[in-house]
Every structure is written in C-alpha cells, then in structure tokens.
Ligand binder design. Structure first.
Ligand SMILES: Cc1cc2nc3c(=O)[nH]c(=O)nc-3n(C[C@H](O)[C@H](O)[C@H](O)COP(=O)(O)OP(=O)(O)OC[C@H]3O[C@@H](n4cnc5c(N)ncnc54)[C@H](O)[C@@H]3O)c2cc1C
Ligand code: FES
Length: 340
C-alpha cells in the first residue's frame, strides 16, 4: 500500500492490479495517479460516457450524473462511470484489458498546420516512450496543463489522424470549440517545440476484419480517424471498395480534400463525396449540397452487405445512422465514434 493510504482496496481484473481508494476521490483519478488510464473525453464531467467500468462486487447506488448517461441495461449490470464512482469498501472492478496497456507519453510539438478555418493539425514527436502502437481509428487523451488562471489539469480525447505505421510521430486534428477549454489552449497558446502529455491509445473504433464494402461518414474533425484508416488501407494495399461521405459547411472548411481526391486516383474502388451544408453563391460549388443524411439517402443504393464507419458530432452520427438503416444496413455492421 502506498504510504499514507488507508482506503479500501480496488481489485482490478481479478487482481491484475490493486489500488487503494482515497475517500471521496473518484476511481478515474485514483487510477490515473497509479498510471492506469481509463478513457475520459470530458475530463470527468459525466458527459462523454467513455469511462464506463463494471463493478463485480457489491456496487454503490448510481448517482444522478450516472443515471443521465447509462442505460437501464448497463445499470442493471452494475456498469458505473469511473469519474463518479467513489468506493467506500473493497470493490472488484472489470476493465477492458486494453486499458491496462495504455501508457502516458511525453511528446513535443513538431509541427502545426492550419488546414481550414478553426481546424488545426498538430504533429507530435513521441519522446518517452518513443513509439506508440495503435490501430487506425483509436484516440489519445491530450492533457491541457495547469494554467495560471485555472490550476486544473484537463484531459480531452483526440483521434489519431496519422497512420499507425508512423508510430514515433502522431498527428492530431483539433477543431476549435467556442470557449472550449482545451481547444482554446491549443489554438491560442500551444506552439511548435512545446512539451505535451498524451495518454493512450484507446477506443474500439477501428476497421473490422472483413471484405465487405465500406461506407465512411465523417463530419468536421471526424475526418481524423477515417483518414488514419484510409492511410492504413493504402499502405496495406487493402482493396476493399469504400466510399467516404464528408460533411462540412463551405469549401474552405473541407480538410484533407486534395489528399482524398488523390486517393481516389491511387486506390481503385475508393470514392470521395464531400457534401457542403452552407456553400455561398460565390463558392461556385458543383458538388453535393445539403444535409449529409439526405445525401446518403439520395446517393446510396440499397445496402445489403456493407459496413459503415461514422465519426463526428453526435447529431450528425445519429441522423446518418438512421439514413443508413433506412437503406438496409444492419445494426451489427455499424461502427462509430461520437465526438461529444
Ligand atoms: C472518442 C473521441 C474522439 C475525439 N476526437 C476528436 C478529434 O480528433 N478532434 C477534435 O477536434 N475533437 C475530438 N473529440 C472531441 C474532444 O474530445 C473535445 O470534446 C473537444 O475538442 C472540445 O473540447 P474543449 O475542452 O475545447 O471544449 P469544452 O470546454 O469541453 O466545451 C466547451 C463547450 O462547448 C461544448 N462543445 C464541446 N464540443 C463541442 C463541439 N464539437 N461543437 C459544439 N460545442 C461543443 C461543450 O458542451 C461545452 O458547453 C473527440 C471526442 C471523443 C469522445
Ligand atoms: S470521464 Fe466520465 S463521463 Fe466523461
């Protein structure tokens, strides 16, 4: 037991790791102090739902913040949010094994590029450890350090936009959120050469082993993990037919568009369909316009044996899933990450 810790034990995965709870401290932060990185995209505000864990022993009652996020079925199975779970007696917890493999990385900002209005790509050179093994589609938690006006360290999730083959330098794509705590730091203060900390990798959003045709759907910065998947497919000469529907407001908001058009030429079977929701008359846009779900309904054939991978804001992902289902795709062939 670490000196000074007298709290009850938290036994993870049958004893693979044992922690000592601190009274009043949520599991998420107790685990983090012991270098166990449970995913957290909202920094512990009970909004992202990424920190779900299952309690195997007698579980405390769910607090209102958990009831707002978890389904009735999850609560019946004693799933809790690690950011809200405060244990008062010895507790057995089940975590996906991958969580225990996530590490903390020290990195340096190698390059920053503004790819569109309020859309910044940040390349990070990993220093310690110097390499990260991840699957295309996974994400890291980026740490916004303590600031003079705000001493709380904050974590948010960002998907790798680069290929897993670049395991020493990873790219993240940040969309600025108005008054967002972490994205304001990235846009207003972060500079090339700065040291940063990321934890990971996390997530189950990655290409499944299959030969099915793929429908990719991305909105805004949701293009990041899809780009990683496409880079990975190109490097591995994976010839699965794939169509990418990408939603943005105006032509100036499309990122990686030239790269995707070049990919159409290099990867037979790949097509890129940008869909703009607000092109101005001066944009001279001749491509698809309107909402992305409407474009899916209009342009796709009946989907009998396809897989869909969707990424972006919750509204876009949910409405696009409804459109894909109306086209016949089955629930078990739909995979997504919502950037909430
Ligand atoms: C698995 C996963 C992967 C993600 N990957 C990426 C990624 O690759 N690139 C990326 O830019 N983001 C990504 N996100 C979102 C990211 O984690 C943050 O939520 C986002 O950057 C906002 O952080 P912030 O601290 O700047 O804003 P916050 O301070 O958390 O939010 C400020 C306010 O804005 C609202 N808000 C938060 N996000 C949005 C939004 N997108 N649009 C409108 N309002 C919003 C909040 O509800 C809050 O009221 C991902 C999220 C998840 C769950
Ligand atoms: S960290 Fe618990 S819900 Fe986001």
């Amino acid at each position: 037991m670490p000196p000074g810790h007298t709290g009850p034990r938290i036994i993870i995965n049958g004893g693979e790791r044992i922690l000592h709870a601190e009274v009043g401290r949520p599991l998420l932060f107790t685990a983090m102090a012991e270098k166990i990185f449970i995913p957290s995209a909202c920094g512990g505000r009970a909004s992202c739902g990424q920190c779900r864990v299952r309690v195997l022993s007698r579980a405390p009652k769910h607090v209102p913040e958990e009831r707002a996020v978890l389904t009735a079925d999850e609560m019946a199975r004693d799933v809790h949010l690690a950011c809200q779970l405060r244990v008062t007696e010895e507790t057995r917890i089940e975590l996906p094994p991958g969580y225990l493999k996530a590490r903390q990385y020290r990195a340096r900002v190698a390059r920053m590029r503004d790819l569109a209005r309020d859309m910044r790509e940040v390349e990070l050179d990993l220093i310690e450890p110097a390499r990260m093994r991840f699957l295309a589609g996974q994400y890291v938690q980026f740490l916004r350090p303590e600031l003079e006006h705000d001493p709380r360290p904050l974590y948010r999730a960002y998907s790798m936009a680069s290929s897993p083959s670049s395991d020493f330098r990873i790219s993240l794509l940040f969309a600025r959120v108005l008054e967002g705590e972490v994205t304001s730091y990235v846009f207003d203060r972060l500079r090339p050469g700065d040291s940063v900390t990321v934890n990971g990798p996390f997530g189950f959003f990655h290409l499944k082993e299959s030969t099915r045709q793929i429908i990719f759907v991305a909105g805004g910065s949701g293009i990041a993990p899809i780009r990683a998947m496409l880079l990975d497919m190109a490097e591995k000469r994976n010839a699965r037919p794939a169509a990418l529907f990408y939603s943005a407001h105006t032509p100036a908001d499309l990122v990686y568009a030239e790269e995707m058009r070049a990919r159409e030429r290099d990867m037979p079977g790949f097509s890129f369909i940008p869909v703009l929701s607000r092109p101005a008359p001066g944009d001279r846009w001749e491509g698809e316009k309107g909402g992305l779900p409407a474009a899916l309904l209009r342009l796709l054939p009946e989907l009998d044996d396809h897989e869909a991978y969707l990424c972006g804001g919750p509204g876009l992902v949910d409405s696009s899933i409804n459109a894909l289902k109306a086209k016949g795709i089955r629930d078990e062939q739909i995979f997504f990450d919502k950037f909430s």
